[in-house]
Design a protein around this ligand. Structure first.
Ligand code: FAD
Ligand code: NAD
Length: 395
């Protein structure tokens, strides 16, 4: 195999972990290459995750506002109509400008972009489509992929993951969302605002199981008021795509009588898993945990010297800003500086209406850990600025 130019760092994956790390490494004077198998840079977040979902949340909120809430502000509008094609065009344009922005930053920082799927041959050597590259350090930033359930085949047409739910060609009459987590609530909200009757089926007895209990309860009430239905403590046993619609079999989580329900579209949103397919990690001895996440030490080094990992592919919350911070910190450590992330202080936001934000431990976690705490509360409804903005909408 021909040996090509050698690098200080080769990063595999150009999502928030990989592209941020590549840029920081280059800024710190390293010779950097980044391998990406997708056609565009930006990974899950920019192409099929954070950015398109937030673009649709923003656009659908405008539609909902024009339809139902502008009158209260003294703004009269005529008959409001949805142009789904234009709304999807807005989303695609936002994605396009963001991914092109990363292309520009790669060029500006003289980062070599290698298109293709990377396999690690061993410490210091990465092969991409039959070509071998030498490097001092390898950084795995290959992210995560959708999880499905037994007896459910995601076809991205009738049974969709978040990727399919971001690109439906028409507004379905009914949608069953499996999973009342972040994706289920955000994308459920989008389609509910556009006119779909959305039912969320959640295995646990609450939505957003990781959130503070009071927030989870309040949010359930608000989303119900907004028109979404919920079936909590319920498990989906199967979903079968038929000629028209999808047939689901549901069962109480504690066991009991099964029921059959139908929906035009089923969105599977039961979590994501670390993605390491095709990297050849078993062959070179990179250790992973039971969930397939690459195990690293506090310097992000894996069990093989010179091979590092950051972002969704390692332990921790699957969030873009967490991945980005790890990219910056690792680049700085590789250049001899010190770096540190406080994993207790990673904020999280759910972009429903109202938005939920969270940082640190929940009350339930503090109780479980036996930590003393004080509670402070202020109702958002009592804030003048909030009233200016919403005028009773959602309260
Ligand atoms: P990824 O973004 O997954 O990037 C990994 C890249 O590696 C991909 O481009 C992939 O093609 C490439 N790759 C994989 N294997 C190889 C290989 N062998 N060779 C070459 N390339 C390879 N997070 C937030 O913080 N806020 C949000 O609002 C938010 N919204 C989300 C909405 C949705 C619908 C989804 C699905 C996720 C959302 N997330 C959000 C999570 C966020 O997208 C991830 O945490 C983030 O993308 C992780 O970044 P990463 O770089 O680790 O991985
Ligand atoms: P999640 O872990 O947030 O939620 C999955 C939900 O599915 C949980 O409530 C779980 O109890 C439920 N579930 C699991 N198995 C089930 C079953 N068999 N039947 C019914 N319910 C079941 O996962 P997600 O919503 O798929 O999101 C994946 C990742 O993407 C998350 O880690 C999240 O951090 C990230 N993300 C973040 C944002 C944001 O920051 N705004 C937005 C979207 C996604």
């Amino acid at each position: 195999m021909p040996k090509l130019p050698s690098y200080d760092v080769i990063i595999i994956g150009a999502g928030p972990a990989g592209y941020v790390c590549a840029i920081r490494c280059a800024q710190l004077g390293m010779k950097v290459a980044c391998v990406e198998k997708g056609k565009t840079l930006g990974g899950t977040c920019l192409n099929v995750g954070c950015i398109p979902s937030k673009a649709l949340l923003q656009a659908s909120e405008k539609y909902e506002e024009a339809q139902n809430h502008l009158g209260a502000f003294g703004v009269k509008v005529g008959k409001v109509a949805l142009d789904l094609k234009a709304m999807m065009g807005h989303k695609d344009a936002v994605v396009d400008s963001n991914t092109k922005g990363i292309e520009y930053l790669f060029k500006k920082n003289k980062i070599t972009r290698i298109e293709g799927t990377a396999t690690i041959e061993g410490a210091g050597s990465v092969s991409v489509d039959g070509k071998s590259y030498n490097t001092t350090n390898i950084i795995i930033a290959t992210g995560s992929d959708v999880v499905s359930l037994p007896n459910i085949d995601i076809d991205e047409k009738q049974i969709v993951s978040s990727t399919g739910a971001l690109a439906l060609p028409k507004v379905p009459k009914t949608m069953t969302v499996i999973g009342g987590g972040v994706i289920g609530l955000e994308l459920g909200t989008v389609w509910s605002r556009l006119g779909t009757k959305v039912t969320v089926v959640e295995y646990m007895d609450k939505i957003l199981p990781g959130a503070d209990e009071e927030v989870s309860k309040e949010m359930l009430k608000i989303l119900k008021k907004q028109g979404m239905n919920f079936k909590l403590s319920t498990k989906v046993m199967s979903a079968k795509a038929m000629k028209a619609g999808v047939e689901l079999s549901l069962e109480p989580a504690a066991g009991g009588k099964a029921e059959k329900v139908k929906a035009d579209i089923v969105l599977v949103a039961v979590g994501r898993k670390a993605y390491t397919d095709g990297l050849g990690l078993d062959k070179i001895g990179v250790e992973r945990d039971k969930l397939g996440r690459i195990l690293t030490d506090e310097t992000f080094e894996s069990s093989v010297e010179g091979i590092f990992a950051i972002g969704d592919v390692i332990v921790g919350p699957m969030l873009a800003h967490k991945a980005e911070d790890e990219g910056v910190v690792l680049a700085e450590m590789l250049s001899g500086q010190t770096g540190h992330i406080d994993y207790n202080l990673i904020p999280g936001v759910v972009y429903t209406q109202p938005e939920i934000s969270q940082i640190g431990k929940t009350e339930q976690q503090l109780k479980a850990d036996g930590v003393e705490y004080k509670i402070g509360k202020f109702p958002y409804m009592a804030n003048g600025r909030a009233r200016d903005e919403r005028n009773g909408w959602f309260c």
